[in-house]
Ligand binder design. Structure first.
Ligand code: ATP
Length: 578
């Protein structure tokens, strides 16, 4: 069994996740998180919020999942959010053409090739349909838009789309969000929410799905002035797989500190470097195995049209590298697009420390002269004069001035342009912020955490499986068991369970089956501690606490039990010190 298969089996059996709507045959790419999965997901989201929102001093919003077409026209998703599709002429199954090429040849990043080339490669290699094995040679490769379309209200006059990323819900509201930030750059706005992509071929359970949760941060910065607090992370070591290494014959992952990566120019944006450092430590905190982890730089052909430098955090599972987060420097692309399409102001007014006086050349051409002289071109000539005055005021020093419109030269006497230089006082300027974006997929994080936490060992001659999730992330913190349901043990154990819940712990009470089986059940969902009530407990007010990873047990007093568990889960004390 592959890692992925045994994980999916465990996930279903123990209530982490399973295919949605199975009673009706299900729908590929939709999963339901069961009780353990939903708890784990909420813990991961809390940990993300803690690190990327609260500790950074950013704001969080919650925008709608459905938005009108104009938003996605502006963002470029309507026209460009496509994957390459190929349909089997024999069985009608559809596949991602670039993935088929990558799976059957040595070619990587087939996504960046033109459709015709992908079609040729499929023909040259005579690649077969993964569903029915018929040849796909000669089948056309087309673009398929991944957005789910809907109608807003009755009728079809107002199309809407389910958002393919949470980011646009932040960009489109920038004018309002900027006000809340008192128009002071830099500021960050985050969002945790659903995103929808009608993926051509969903696969690997939570890895490629059609509805998923993203945690995205858009950090708006003044490109001229703002600097990240690099000193906070400069000693964090990053496993970097640069574009250069990927293209070199003997290239591999290099371990560089954030400081070195910036100094050596391996990561070109200081802001991206900062977030790689923050994220590296955060991944470790949530239990991702740092020996199976790297940051991979996008190759030039892979870069989104707006992105200057882009790195993906990737985790290894079953020998494949899975993208779990994208870090992009998006420049001012998104705000610029929304400004153009909406006509609203997507800038921040930056006040100068002191007003500055500037000389501003202006013209006010005499249209009663330009009109008769140049006919239909008069307005274009006037506009060209205005642009020239701004660009090159010295051109107005002679008797005549010449401008070019559509390749043709027009000469105008300077006195007809009413050229003058005004002295004006300016208090500030409009700045269009640049955006740094770490974009996390929560489902892929969960899949990685579970795969990396999955451990098998032998205890007392018996095999067991356990998840060594960090206690902070584990869906259940404590299992409470009465050794037997007699002599007051069950009542006593129930009281302890209630007290622990009141203290804020996530508790499972379990009195069914042999005690060993109860331990195994908790091991499989990653519960770090189990508390057992036995005869001595009732007499002496003590319980045994068992640690998941070592399976060791210690007898402790029930006085202060809730605090002891809290100190253990927060790492303030160790099991050995009990
Ligand atoms: P891929 O190349 O794998 O399709 P992407 O580069 O399109 O992913 P982004 O647009 O950068 O992904 O989205 C940011 C994050 O959202 C990804 O790092 C991933 O964790 C998550 N994500 C994207 N698409 C999916 C999906 N179909 N299912 C689950 N998570 C996804």
């Amino acid at each position: 069994m592959s890692e992925g298969e045994r994980l999916t089996e465990l996930a279903k059996r123990r209530g982490f996740y399973f295919p949605a709507a199975g009673a009706y045959g299900g729908a590929a790419g939709f999963w339901t998180y069961g009780p353990q999965g939903a708890a784990l997901k909420s813990n991961v989201e809390d940990a993300w919020r803690d690190r990327f929102v609260l500790q950074e001093g950013h704001q969080e919003i919650s925008a709608p999942d459905v938005m009108p077409e104009a938003v996605f026209e502006a963002s470029g998703h309507l026209d460009g959010f496509d994957d390459m599709i190929i349909e089997c002429g024999e069985c009608g199954a559809t596949h991602r053409a670039d993935h088929i090429v990558e799976d059957n040849t040595d070619i990587e990043e087939a996504e960046s090739l033109p459709n015709e080339d992908v079609m040729d490669i499929i023909a040259d290699h005579d690649i077969a349909c993964p569903s029915c094995n018929a040849s796909l040679a000669g089948e056309p490769v087309d673009n398929f838009n991944l957005m789910f379309a809907t109608n807003i209200g009755p009728g079809t006059s107002s199309p809407g789309y389910l958002r393919p990323e949470t980011a646009q819900g932040i960009f489109v509201e920038f004018p309002q969000l900027s006000e809340y930030a008192r128009n002071q750059l830099p500021f960050g706005v985050a969002q945790i929410g659903k995103a929808y992509r009608n993926e051509i071929s969903p696969r690997k359970s939570l890895v490629r799905v059609r509805e998923f949760t993203q945690a995205e941060l858009e950090h708006f910065v003044d490109p001229e002035e703002d600097e990240p607090p690099l000193a906070d992370v400069e000693d964090v070591t990053l496993p970097l797989y640069s574009g250069e290494s990927q293209q070199a014959a003997d290239g591999g992952v290099e371990q560089l500190t954030v400081g070195e990566a910036v100094d050596e120019g391996v990561v070109t944006s200081d802001w991206v470097a900062y977030y790689l450092g923050v994220a590296r430590d955060w991944y470790e905190r949530i239990g991702i195995d740092m020996d199976r982890f790297r940051f991979r730089q996008h190759l030039p052909g892979e870069l989104a049209h707006y992105a200057a430098d882009c790195w993906d955090a990737e985790a290894e599972i079953d020998g494949d590298w899975i993208e779990i987060t994208g870090f992009a420097y998006r420049g001012d692309y998104d705000l610029q697009k929304h400004a153009e399409h909406s006509g609203e102001d997507y800038t921040v007014f930056k006040q100068y420390d002191e007003p500055v006086t500037v000389e501003r050349p202006t013209v006010d051409p005499d249209m009663s002269y330009l009109g008769p002289e140049f006919g239909g071109d008069a307005q274009s000539v006037a506009d060209a004069l205005e642009a020239l005055a701004e660009r090159d005021p010295e051109a107005f020093e002679g008797e005549d001035v010449t401008v070019e419109v559509d390749g043709e030269a027009y000469t105008v006497p300077v006195k007809e342009t009413d050229f003058s230089v005004e002295t004006v006082t300016e208090n500030g300027e409009h700045v269009r912020p640049h955006v740094v974006e770490p974009s996390f997929g929560v489902g892929r994080l969960i899949y990685t955490m579970l795969a990396h936490a999955y451990t098998e060992d032998e205890v007392d001659g018996e095999e067991r499986t356990y998840l060594d999730l960090p206690p902070e992330q584990a869906p259940t913190t404590v299992g409470v068991f009465p050794l037997m349901d007699k002599d007051g043990m069950a009542e006593y154990a129930r009281e302890i369970a209630s007290a622990l819940r009141e203290a804020g712990h996530s508790v499972t009470y379990d009195d069914s089956g042999a005690i060993g089986r109860r331990y195994r059940r908790q091991d499989e969902i990653g519960t770090p501690y189990c508390v057992t009530v036995d005869y001595e407990s009732v007499e002496e007010d003590t319980v045994t606490v068992r640690e998941r990873d070592s399976t060791e047990q210690k007898r402790v007093s029930i006085d202060g039990l809730a605090e002891t568990i809290a100190r253990l889960t927060e790492g303030e004390t160790t099991f050995d010190d009990l």
